[in-house]
Design a protein around this ligand. Structure first.
Ligand SMILES: NC(=O)c1ccc[n+]([C@@H]2O[C@H](COP(=O)([O-])OP(=O)(O)OC[C@H]3O[C@@H](n4cnc5c(N)ncnc54)[C@H](OP(=O)(O)O)[C@@H]3O)[C@@H](O)[C@H]2O)c1
Length: 247
């Protein structure tokens, strides 16, 4: 049994690696920092192969697939991603495009390549509850990127289902989780976060039960339902207020 996890050296990805290793999975972990990956390799009991690649460089996504396509990987978890906080005027365009390359294009490329690989049984794409909202002022590019992940993954699920395909797609949409995400986005959460360990275990358990949309935490699920029923302009105002308090 084998699983690939992008962003497997920290936060949600690291906890997924730990959990799957307990099940006996050999792991293929990707992140930019080699030393962090080596620490995980040392810690885990099952076999861990490490790939210190920057996946926002899209050639590295193809290179990664080239190296892994014959490895008979059962589970692919597209988890690497990050957010940028700030208003539309001050956010740096190159940084925003880099985020889109990682959160959207890399995820699209790896999903596309692994969905056509005979060994793949599960693909889990890590989006966010942000992806289920109708826009996130002050994190506009990030919310947009995660909306893409949700929309793309849900559509693919239905196509695969109609083809009686053996692959199951899940999309994970957590709310705030205690990881390095905030540090990189330079924000502070003003609402209670879930632990990465809880989110990882919840997500993997649901994935094995072939759940499509996975939303850990009762209050986050309530928030998503609430966001569906209120008018768009009101929702945007509320989201702005919530985001503003993250400064
Ligand atoms: N934390 C939250 O509140 C939250 C909520 C909803 C969704 N999410 C999503 O959950 C996913 C995991 O984030 P996290 O919260 O666990 O954050 P994290 O602790 O910062 O972990 C991110 C992981 O991705 C790797 N990574 C980042 N940039 C990369 C790149 N260019 N190429 C390859 N690997 C890269 C990081 O390693 P290196 O830095 O060494 O590359 C690290 O292993 C993300 O997609 C995020 O959007 C997080």
């Amino acid at each position: 049994m084998k699983a690939l996890i992008t962003g497997g050296s920290s936060g949600i990805g690291l906890e997924m690696a730990r959990y799957l290793s307990e099940f006996g999975y050999d792991l293929y972990l990707v992140a930019r920092e080699k030393n962090d990956l080596l620490k995980v390799k040392k810690e885990l009991k099952t076999e861990v192969s490490i790939y210190p690649y920057d996946l926002s460089i899209l050639d590295n996504c193809y290179k990664l697939y080239g190296e892994l396509k014959d490895e008979k990987i059962d589970i692919v978890i597209n988890n690497a991603g990050y957010g940028i906080f700030g208003d539309y005027k001050s956010n740096n365009l190159d940084k925003e495009l880099n985020m889109i390359d990682l959160n959207v294009k890399c995820l699209h490329i790896l999903t596309k390549l692994f969905v056509n690989n005979k060994s793949t049984k599960y693909i889990m794409n890590v989006a966010s509850s942000a992806g289920l909202m109708r826009g996130g002022p002050l994190m506009s590019g990030y919310y947009g990127s995660k909306s893409y992940v949700c929309s793309y993954s849900l559509a693919l699920y239905e196509e695969l289902r109609r083809n009686n395909d053996r692959i199951h797609i899940s999309v994970l949409c957590p709310g705030p989780v205690d990881t390095n995400f905030n540090k990189r986005a330079n924000v502070k959460f003003n609402i209670k976060s879930l632990s990465a360990k809880y989110v990882a275990k919840y997500a993997i358990d649901k994935m094995f039960k072939n759940k499509l949309l996975i939303i850990p935490g009762f209050s986050v699920r309530l928030g998503v339902i609430f966001s569906r029923i209120i008018p768009t302009k009101l929702l945007l105002r509320i989201t702005y207020r919530i985001q503003e308090r993250k400064r």
